[in-house]
Every structure is written in structure tokens, then in C-alpha cells.
Write a protein that binds this ligand. Structure first.
Ligand code: UD1
Length: 421
């Protein structure tokens, strides 16, 4: 298993290009299931999760054509005209929960689907009951058998849907299903994440009739069929935020390009509170760190509030800040696994339920640590870059799920980092 070896203590400087957003790309790939015509996506990040999703779609009968590879952003064309096997097997779903995003499109296009239940994961139970409840309200018959959700529906019917909590992939699944349903669907309490808007924009370009994406009420008027289109995937706001934190923690000065600050208000606000100087350009962000950061408290919540996917990275920067930060995680019940690893690097963190109290220390010391999930791994990279001496991060396959060419991008910013096989 690959490991990442970091020699800490170098301030990050220079420029890096931000990739397309993983969490926008995954539902967009699934949107190809809704049409018999080819869907072309550009700015697709080269990530393990994308490869998993492509594998899943291919075994359903989707033809996939790729242009470009390696460090260039990929263009992928998906042709689901030969879709013949509406099944998502456990072997693929267990490695990536976002596989459940095929459920809505398959129910709408094929009238049947068999999708493995994802089960729990490192950060919490993460059920998909809201996805199923929504499809039931649209007239689908669902049953859970042998760990699989079975869905049957001759044609889905538009309905008024209300989710018990804000769910990102739940909103995306139901929005995709509603595009081909009979009549109007209204999703209330919808997720407002920019990735939902990116998906809606692509679906509209495919002929869907959607309004309200980006607000908490989305209206979809079903159409008989969708066509193909070409869509450029939005930049990854979490990758952007992660590199900003890495620069902040190391006293760096970096400029990130092909990204946008407009999806990152809550994160940029906190970085400025921490004492960073931020300059926003149309397609770029520059961050200049102070000599020492101030501690910043935060509470995770659905967009546009502070994202749970940036919580771990902010815990890492707070370990070295002046003062004490209180971090409250309100989305996932078990998302502090990185804290114990940060403590191994010398951080002073106390966990009390969903609250972490982080007292800044003057320095961290390198050590061997273990990555437990995607964003937890990112926090260990940030801490390792800022720590004195060598940090060895084990199980970095988590990082490869969500950060394109992380060691190359960090090395371009002056970090001393290498992948150890
Ligand atoms: C998505 C993101 C993930 C991010 C999360 C929250 C993708 C591929 N993943 O995950 O990176 O951390 O949003 O911003 O976009 N819940 C239920 N029942 C459901 C659905 C959700 O109880 O049917 C709960 C979850 O357990 C969690 C909360 O609702 O506590 C929010 O989860 P949700 O927004 O659905 O997360 P994901 O869409 O899985």
C-alpha cells in the first residue's frame, strides 16, 4: 500500500491548478444513464472514485470513451444507448458510497434497478433512506432484499418531496429521477450545494426542465426524453480549500488557478479570521499566510455554511494557531478520526461528543500516522507539511480517491513530499 513521506517545515509558494470537482463529476457521470445520446464531460478529475464510477457504469452497458490522460484534465464521453444491466453490485458500492447515485437515473430510465445498500463508513452510518423515501413518493415500489434496494416503477410520477434532513446525493438522485417522471416534482428542503447546481445546469442542457437549483426548493417538470450535451465540470471547491489550508499552515504564499472563490465564502471568511490575506481574481485565488495563524472556531452545516468536508483541514491549521478553537461537527456523527492522529504529531485536542477543542501549540513534530478517510487524510498532509521533521502517512489510497496528483501539485508548490510504494 502506498504511503506519503513528507519532510515538513517548508512554506508553500507558487501556483497550482485546481481540478474538476469530484462531487460534481460523480453525479454528472450518472446523468449519462438518463439518455440514449452521448454525454460528454470535460474537466473530469483523474481520481480513483471516478475510475470506480466508470467501472460501475461500464458493467451496466455504458460505452465510455476517454480523451487525454495523466496530468491533463480528461474529457469523457458516455453512451448509455446500450444500457442493459441496471445493477450496482456490492463489490463496487462498498468502496464508494456515491455509487448510490445510479439509483434515481436507473429507476427513471429503466423502470427497474438493483443497487446494493452502501452500509456504514468511517465517518458515520450514512443511510440512504431519504433517497428511497423520495422514489416511493414518486410511485416506485421498493424493497430491500439481500442487502440490495430493488426498485420497480413503470413510469415515475411527479410528487412533492420533503427530505427529513438536507442531503446532497439524495437531492441529486431525486432531481435526476424527476427529470423523466410524469408531471411536476417539487423537492423541498433541497441541498443548495454548488455541485447540485452544476448537475442541474447539465440536465437543463440535456433538455430537462428544472428551476430553483441552488435554493431549498427545486421544481422539475418531467419530460419524455433527454438528449446528449457537452458539459464542463465545475472546479473542486474542497481541493481549493485544502490547498489554501496547506499554505496557511506553512506560512506560505500561493495562487490557485482554474478555480473560483464564489463557492468558498464560508471557508475564505474563516481563513481571513485566521489572519490570512486573500486576493480573489476571476478564476484564481491567492493566499498569503501570517507569521502565525489565529485560532478560528467553526460549526459545520449544509451549504452555504461551513462545509463538513473542510472540517478536518481546519482542525489541522488550528493545531498550530494562537489561541483555542472550538469545532462543532453537525453533519456526520463520527468525523473526528483525524484528531487522534493529529495528537500523535503533538497537537492538543480534546473531543467531547460532536465538539473538538483545539489548543494551538507552537510546533508539531513529524511521526507515522494513518489516514482513515478522504478529508482526514488531507488534514494529516497539512499537519505533516507544517510539522518539524518527517511524517509518514499510511493508507493514502483514501487521498487518491479525491485529490488528483496530490504529491505532484504539492511538490510544484515547493513541498518536500514523495510517494513511497
Ligand atoms: C455528500 C458529499 C460528501 C459530503 C456530504 C455532506 C458527494 C459524493 N459526497 O455526501 O463529500 O461530506 O455530502 O456535505 O457529494 N442522511 C440520512 N439519510 C439519507 C441521506 C443522508 O440520514 O438518506 C444523513 C447522512 O447520514 C448525513 C447527512 O444526512 O448525516 C448528510 O448527508 P448527505 O448530504 O446525504 O451526504 P452525501 O450526499 O452522502
Amino acid at each position: 500500500m502506498d504511503k506519503l513521506l513528507i519532510e515538513g517545515g517548508t512554506a508553500l509558494t507558487g501556483e497550482a491548478i485546481i481540478s474538476g470537482a469530484k462531487n460534481a463529476a460523480l453525479p454528472l457521470l450518472c446523468a449519462a444513464l438518463l439518455t440514449r445520446e452521448p454525454l460528454t464531460l470535460t474537466n473530469v478529475p483523474a481520481l480513483h472514485d471516478i475510475a470506480t464510477m466508470l467501472k460501475l457504469l461500464a458493467q451496466m452497458g455504458v460505452k465510455i470513451e476517454k480523451v487525454g490522460s495523466g496530468s491533463t484534465a480528461e474529457t469523457i464521453t458516455l453512451d448509455a444507448s446500450g444500457l442493459h444491466n441496471p445493477v450496482a453490485p456490492y463489490e463496487l458500492v462498498k468502496t464508494m458510497r456515491a455509487s448510490v447515485l445510479v439509483l434515481g437515473p436507473l429507476a427513471a430510465r429503466c423502470g427497474e434497478a438493483r443497487v446494493s445498500l452502501p452500509g456504514g463508513c468511517a465517518i458515520g452510518a450514512r443511510p440512504v433512506d431519504q433517497h428511497i423515501k423520495g422514489l416511493n413518493a414518486m410511485g416506485a415500489e421498493t424493497a430491500v432484499e439481500q442487502g440490495y434496494v430493488q426498485v420497480r416503477a413503470s413510469r415515475l410520477k411527479g410528487a412533492r418531496l420533503f427530505t427529513d434532513m438536507v442531503t446532497v446525493t439524495g437531492t441529486e438522485n431525486l432531481m435526476m429521477a424527476a427529470c423523466l417522471a410524469d408531471g411536476e416534482t417539487v423537492i423541498e428542503n433541497a441541498a443548495r450545494e454548488p455541485e447540485v447546481v452544476d448537475l442541474a445546469n447539465c440536465l437543463v442542457a440535456m433538455g430537462a426542465r428544472i428551476s430553483g437549483a441552488g435554493t431549498d426548493v427545486i421544481r422539475i417538470r418531467g419530460v419524455g426524453r433527454l438528449s446528449g450535451t457537452t458539459h464542463r465540470i465545475m472546479p473542486d471547491r474542497i481541493e481549493t480549500g485544502t490547498y489554501l489550508c496547506a499554505a496557511a499552515a506553512t506560512g506560505g504564499d500561493i495562487r490557485l488557478t482554474r478555480t473560483s472563490a464564489c463557492y468558498l465564502d464560508a471557508v475564505i471568511d474563516k481563513l481571513m479570521d485566521a489572519g490570512c490575506e486573500i486576493t480573489v481574481e476571476r478564476d484564481a485565488i491567492r493566499l498569503k499566510a501570517p507569521a502565525r495563524l489565529n485560532a478560528v472556531s467553526l460549526r459545520t452545516s449544509p451549504y452555504p455554511a461551513f462545509p463538513t468536508d473542510m472540517q478536518a483541514q481546519f482542525m489541522a491549521i488550528n493545531t498550530l494557531a494562537e489561541g483555542t478553537a472550538v469545532i462543532r461537527e453537525t453533519i456526520f456523527e463520527n468525523r473526528f478520526m483525524h484528531a487522534v492522529e493529529l495528537i500523535r504529531l503533538g497537537a492538543d485536542i480534546r473531543i467531547d461528543g460532536n465538539t473538538a477543542i483545539v489548543r494551538g501549540v507552537p510546533a508539531l513534530q513529524g511521526a507515522t500516522v494513518m489516514a482513515t478517510d478522504l478529508r482526514a487524510s488531507a488534514s494529516l498532509v497539512i499537519a505533516g507539511l507544517a510539522a518539524r521533521g518527517e511524517t509518514l502517512i499510511e493508507r493514502i489510497y483514501h487521498l487518491d480517491r479525491g485529490y488528483e496528483h496530490i504529491e505532484t501539485k504539492l511538490a510544484a508548490l515547493g513541498a518536500r513530499v514523495k510517494r513511497v510504494k
